[in-house]
Design a protein. Structure first.
Length: 85
């Protein structure tokens, strides 16, 4: 039975996933900085386009970020932003 268009879909976040997402984002940011890129610009480009070429392959960052779904990354970023405001 499919979802009705007027129903809100509820997502459940698992704490273990949160830790993995944070760790991967930190490692990816570090690799991007080491290569002279602005991590925010590059990650936004990746999130909007889905193109992994926005993420350097330095220190395996591209493979790390591809382990996560883009919606997981967005969720973690938004959650972190809201918690710090």
């Amino acid at each position: 039975m499919g979802q009705k268009m007027d129903e809100t879909v509820k997502f459940k976040v698992d704490k273990e996933i949160d830790i993995d997402v944070r760790t991967i984002l930190k490692e990816v940011c570090t690799a991007l900085k080491e290569k002279g890129y602005n991590p925010i610009n590059q990650i936004v480009g990746y999130l909007l386009s889905g193109d992994p070429a926005y993420i350097t392959s330095h220190n395996n960052a591209r493979n790390l970020i591809r382990k996560l779904e883009r919606d997981e990354l967005l969720e973690e970023l938004l959650k972190s932003y809201i918690e710090t405001k």
